[in-house]
Design a protein around this ligand. Structure first.
Ligand code: MRU
Length: 360
């Protein structure tokens, strides 16, 4: 397995995006990337849940692993008396953090089931931690498999366009949309990536670009509204994005702006692929209309967050007039008809009900 390799002052070390040791959950502090690399520790489930909603950890796969760990922390914190009630309440708190990311509910459901299967409280605590670790390990494996299945879509000298961050930092390792790029690079193929900056939180400009620098992949960050320009010029060979939730008819919720990339790709005859593990599929959603879309606070749109070299710290800079308000949907839905295929950890499938049904 290949883990996130970060080189600081000439020293290389491998990391996962999120992990648990003892009673604590550790995360790479994503809002500080690319300006500062630091790991933060959360000692109780409520703090881990807050870190998920404040996007210290983000990206569906990483959110899922963090949510599973948070529930395992709750099982460790719960009193012997009223153990199950405490863990059930914690599950509600954790599930309330990021409403669109299906992997969150997938993970907390699995940890909850493992708790309920064991009668004695200490056995249930151990089962919760073991299950959360298994979910994180499976997420790493899923990313690696997505890389294997997707690698042949990327031939030498291809130019890939991606939106948001669906790489290492969006998973426990490897990623989804970017995993085939990493796999192609490791096969010696020359790949170029157009990285949408992804306003308002700039996951593309900050996180995907940082990952690609670390992996030595050629890339350029482009303004979100520049992708149509490059597609129409014939400079983009394939679009690959991740997913926060896939409905059973193949509609996909992903970072806001994905839908317009899909329509533009369709208009310009460019294949548009989604990469997502089976854990991101939600068969209870008949179509994208059933997927809840998270609305985040307006400040994310009204201002920009970045590094001040003068102050040597992150600062918030207001962009819009004081009197303006903003709307901030975090995701949008891309209809299945625009998706050429979904690269899963079980192979590439068509974005339709029949093909998706066969995965389960
Ligand atoms: O709001 P975020 O940063 O959690 O959104 C992330 C995305 O939309 C990713 O593209 C998505 O999670 C797919 S990668 C696992």
């Amino acid at each position: 397995m290949v883990f996130i390799r970060v080189t600081i002052s000439g020293v290389s070390k491998d990391y996962r995006t999120v992990w648990m040791k003892g009673n604590s959950v550790f995360m790479i502090n994503q809002p500080m990337i690319p300006h500062k690399f630091e790991v933060v520790e959360f000692e109780c489930y409520r703090d881990t849940a807050r870190a998920i909603s404040e996007m210290v950890v983000r990206g569906a796969g990483a959110i899922g692993a963090a949510g599973g760990y948070a529930l395992a922390q709750a099982a460790l914190e719960a009193p012997d008396d009223g153990f199950l009630e405490f863990v059930r309440e914690a599950e509600q708190v954790i599930n309330g953090t990021r409403p669109t990311a299906q992997d969150l509910f997938y993970a907390t459901h699995r940890v909850m089931e493992s708790v309920c299967e064991v009668e004695d409280v200490n056995g249930a605590r151990k089962a919760a931690v073991d299950e959360a670790q298994r979910i994180a390990d499976e997420n790493v494996h899923a990313g690696e498999m997505i890389g294997k299945y997707g690698v042949d879509l990327i031939r030498d000298k291809m130019r890939v366009l991606t939106h948001c961050n669906a790489g290492w930092l969006a998973f426990v390792d490897w990623g989804s949309a970017i995993a085939p790029v990493y796999a192609a690079k490791r096969c010696g193929r020359n790949v170029f990536v157009y990285v949408d900056e992804t306003r308002p939180r700039c996951q593309g400009a900050r996180l995907t670009a940082w990952e690609l620098c670390n992996e030595g992949v050629n890339h350029a960050v482009i303004a979100d509204n520049a992708s149509g320009y490059y597609m129409r010029k014939g400079n983009v060979d394939i679009v690959i994005v991740g997913a926060d939730r896939v409905a059973c008819n193949g509609d996909v919720a992903n970072k806001v702006g994905t839908y317009e990339k899909a329509v533009l790709a369709h208009e310009n005859g460019i294949p548009f692929y989604v990469a997502a593990p089976v854990s991101t599929f939600d068969l209870s959603c008949r179509s994208g209309d059933d997927i809840p879309i998270e609305e985040r606070c307006e400040d994310e749109v009204l201002s920009m967050f970045g590094w001040s070299s003068e102050l040597s710290r992150m600062v918030n800079v207001r962009v819009a007039p004081e009197g303006s308000h903003a709307l901030n949907p975090a995701f949008d839905v891309t209809p299945a008809k625009y998706i050429k295929g979904i690269i899963t950890d079980a192979g590439i499938v068509k974005a339709d009900k029949k093909a998706i049904g066969k995965l389960f």
